[in-house]
Design a protein around this ligand. Structure first.
Ligand SMILES: Cc1cc2nc3c(=O)[nH]c(=O)nc-3n(C[C@H](O)[C@H](O)[C@H](O)COP(=O)(O)O)c2cc1C
Length: 204
């Protein structure tokens, strides 16, 4: 039997339950994953329900105080400890204004923390999140994965870069595009994607 893994499922969308296209796909992936790995622990972190906040003055001060940083209950940096403790990370967020909802950036400010998820060394910053993998689910109104708009895609690119910075280079993107084009049969695209997630979950 495989070793039990800890999965962190990070969700960033304020839409009511059952209405987010992105969550329809990511939730089906998570359900498929659970069915395949019943012994794994899945922690769901819904950023809106959690009420993730912007970093405050005292949080910035704490960056120079190792005792505070290492406190696993720190109101901002507990999320960095939680991520460090996970084996696999799933992120689901819609494409908003060329990136993702701002709450996800607020979350990244809580998790990309020198002294927790990366460390400053003589050779420069070094990611501490070793041996982990991540998958990013996103749906977009238009098409940004190819020219001419690919240079405007700053969501997946930023997320992937921050994850690499903290040491997570095994990063998969699952994107559905053209979701707001009248030519797109959205229900069909989502149904096909849900089928694909069954396979994807086997190898995650
Ligand atoms: C605030 C907001 C900003 C958006 N910005 C973009 C954008 O810059 N480019 C784009 O192609 N679609 C944009 N969209 C469309 C969404 O990416 C698209 O409808 C997506 O499928 C929504 O996913 P959801 O159902 O999970 O919320 C935006 C939607 C919202 C609500």
């Amino acid at each position: 039997m495989n070793k039990m893994s800890k999965i962190l499922y990070v969700k960033a969308n304020p839409k009511p339950e059952g209405t987010s296209r992105t969550f329809k796909v990511s939730d089906s992936f998570v359900n498929a994953y659970k069915a395949i790995h019943p012994n794994d622990e899945i922690i769901t972190l819904d950023l809106y329900k959690e009420g993730i906040r912007f970093l405050r003055e005292e949080d910035i001060m704490a960056l120079n105080n190792d005792e505070e940083l290492q406190n696993k209950d720190h109101p901002a940096y507990k999320y960095a400890h939680q991520l460090l403790d996970a084996d696999k990370i799933i992120i689901a967020a819609p494409f908003w204004n060329l990136s993702f909802p701002a709450i996800l950036k607020a979350y990244l400010d809580c998790v990309a923390v020198g002294g927790i998820t990366f460390k400053y060394t003589a050779e420069g910053p070094k990611g501490q999140c070793i041996g982990k993998k991540a998958i990013h689910f996103v749906t977009r109104g238009g098409a940004y994965s190819e020219e001419p708009l690919s240079k405007y895609e700053l969501g997946d690119r930023y997320l992937r870069t921050v994850f690499a910075f903290i040491g997570i280079t095994d990063f998969t993107t699952f994107a559905l595009e053209n979701m707001d084009r009248s030519a797109t049969n959205v229900e069909q695209v989502i149904a096909n994607a849900i089928k694909e997630t069954q396979e994807l979950a086997k190898n995650f």
